[in-house]
Design a protein around this ligand. Structure first.
Ligand SMILES: Cc1ncc(COP(=O)(O)O)c(C=O)c1O
Length: 375
């Protein structure tokens, strides 16, 4: 059997990783400022993470949600502490798309309504509802086409008001920092408008924190930059540092009904051990603060480099828009300097999504490489 070739794979095989570095099978070392798609939050093979998962695997790796799993409660408690959402309720699943799928479904359950608002250039995943609200015609199959979605222009308050006036809205889903779209943030008043329209119309505000959450933006959730709270926060990527785990944090006013949401694998022992390890490391090593600090540092270093049109982002979620296509620049940075960076659907943008414990010198190495290539 061969692989179903859906990926434009780099011709690189990864054998192992440590901190912000990965090595291929020939022993070539790469600096990873991409984190395998914004997933690596506490660095590759962090010793605390490895030992917590190994210890758990020696006890038990999986049992289903038909039994009590104390590790889930520990994870929920620690997530409440880290995020400040102490009284929210956690539902665990396995990925970002699943988290959004459950969030959209839950909003429809509790409001009894069907229509969802999302925004241009947004990305929410590839399951049925998540892909339907994603603004990318190439990944929406005919079966996902639904009259229940409204994709509005990003940051356009009058379009938002009009959509609420003309439709029965169940939920609004927003990436407070758009990731794949190219690192774009809406204005403060737009986010406040979403909150007030949701409140006035019995609709739920879903903050998609799959990429920007878990400290990546320098605050625990990226919506925290706006001092606005969501009814549901969806999360995944950084939550397990590579171990598949996702979840939604649900406001206390919503009551669970038995069987409303469910999953076989979500919240299993091993995934929760990974999730608890990540939260412990984020706290012990002050990584959310580090993300804020180093993000500011590297954005400062990038200022004034000729060939850069705009630098966007918060914390260690950075978009560098070039005056030229980013692909060839990223390739040279990879080939000549052995540094991984990320792309965006905005073709001129390089995304930096390193581990939150990346070091200053590692970011400096990227700045020098970019300078050299752009020169
Ligand atoms: C903002 C956002 N939401 C949802 C997803 C989907 O997550 P997953 O690939 O884990 O299903 C992604 C993935 O890139 C994402 O960036």
């Amino acid at each position: 059997m061969d692989l179903f070739k859906v990926y434009p794979l780099f011709d690189i095989t990864i054998e192992k990783g440590q901190g912000s570095y990965v090595w291929d099978f020939e022993g070539t070392k790469y600096l990873d400022l991409y984190g395998g798609h914004a997933v690596i939050s506490v660095g590759h093979s962090h010793p605390t993470y490895v030992s917590k998962i190994s210890e758990q695997l020696n006890k038990i790796g999986f049992y289903s949600n038909s039994v009590q799993i104390p590790l889930q409660k520990e994870l929920a408690h620690k997530l409440g502490e880290a995020s400040g959402l102490h009284d929210y309720q956690l539902f665990l699943c396995n990925s970002g798309a699943e988290a959004n799928e459950n969030a959209l479904k839950l909003a429809s359950f509790v409001t009894g309504k069907k229509k969802t608002i999302s925004f241009s250039k947004g990305f929410h995943g590839r399951t049925s509802l998540a892909v339907a609200v994603t603004d990318n015609p190439n990944i929406v199959a005919p079966v996902n086409e639904t009259e229940n979605k409204l994709i509005l222009p990003f940051d356009d308050e009058s379009a938002l008001e009009k959509a609420f006036a003309e439709n029965e809205i169940s939920s609004v889903i927003l990436e407070p920092i758009q990731g794949i779209g190219g690192i774009y943030m809406p204005s403060q008043s737009f986010v406040e408008k979403i909150r007030s329209l949701c409140d006035a119309n019995n609709a739920l505000f879903i903050s998609d924190e799959v990429q920007a959450g878990y400290g990546r933006s320098g605050k625990f959730f990226s919506l925290d930059h706006y001092n606005v709270t969501a009814d549901i926060y969806s999360m995944a990527k950084g939550m397990g540092n590579g171990f598949p785990i996702g979840g939604i944090a649900i406001a206390p006013k919503f009551e669970a009904k038995f069987g409303m949401l469910g999953t076989t694998f979500g919240g299993n022992h091993l995934a929760c051990a990974a999730g608890v390890a990540v939260l412990d490391i984020l706290r012990e090593e002050n990584l959310v603060e580090n993300s804020a600090k180093l993000g500011e540092y590297v954005m400062e270093q990038l200022k004034g480099i000729s060939g850069i049109k705009e630098i966007r982002g918060k914390g260690l979620m950075i978009g560098i828009e070039l005056e030229q296509e980013a692909g060839p620049v990223r390739k040279r940075i990879l080939d000549e300097f052995k540094i991984f960076t990320g792309s965006a659907s905005n073709k001129n943008t390089i995304r930096l999504l390193p581990a939150l414990n990346v070091k200053k010198e590692e970011l400096d190495a990227f700045v020098e490489a970019l300078k050299a290539v752009l020169a």
